[in-house]
Design a protein around this ligand. Sequence first.
Ligand code: ADP
Length: 306
Amino acid sequence: MNQIKVFAPATVANVSCGYDAMGFALSELGDDMVFTKTATKAIRITEIHGADLPFEADKNVVGVVARLMLEDSQVDFGLDIKIHKNFKPGSGLGSSAASAAGTAYAVNQLLESKYDNLQLTKFAMQGEVTACGSAIADNVAACIYGGFILVRSYDPLDIVSIPTPSELVATIIHPQIEIKTEEARKVVPKSIPVKTAIAQWANVGGLISGLYARDFDLIGRSLIDYVAEPERKLLIPHFTNVKEAAMNAGALGVGISGSGPSIFALSKGMFAAKQVAEAMNTIYEKSGIDYIIYVSNISKTGARLI
Ligand code: ADP
């Protein structure tokens, strides 16, 4: 194999109650990348479409992750890489994570699957350091493992795959406004009362039980965030109206995707997810703010060859 093309899914991190600990991958939205082996050891980003990102390999998460993996595996080839971004950086849908995790997956394919998913997640997390300054795992792990994941521990890193009922469909609205991840992290309280923590971890248990048991009502009842959403929703125009309209249209639950501004809803079945999309559209069409709405199944495989 000298050339491969991969699809790296967009991901929804946090999933309401699972702040900084849960995520899931979308199957119909993500980046495409082409990796070609070259005889020199250089890593070159030759094309970038769909976003204004650095071509310098050490500034682009793609180059950073590829470099780490080629050095670690001590191979004597280099890479030419083409990047097609199909959704914008800074959307809260894991743009940098799709690049980082997609690269980890692709380079591993060229290395004949030398590394397991946990090792790939660790490489991809170094890309997140380049993108946002911290080695965040939830988006990259969801992109690599597919489906729902839980980051049970960072030290040592422990990623748990959670079964994903195939009827679950995500609806996402991405208002085209910028919220800096740094700003969104600043508004989250530094400490919370034990009572709030209990409510939050009880919902995480409920969400995971609901996913295992395919209990859609339980999934919906558990999609509540007492920690980040009360503050972060103030940064997202019309969040409360979108949430209310989506719930009235039949969503199981609604929350902020990653650090926003995207808002996600989960529904049972494609029909309900499209009704939710209509409801979100009704709120935003009069807002004067540009937006994109996506309806997508949950990707059970994560990054894949195409
Ligand atoms: P997202 O949550 O969509 O990943 P972030 O704000 O966390 O958005 O990360 C985007 C940042 O990462 C931007 O500053 C961008 O320049 C940087 N970056 C570097 N390489 C890439 C890449 N290949 N894809 C996306 N973002 C990248």
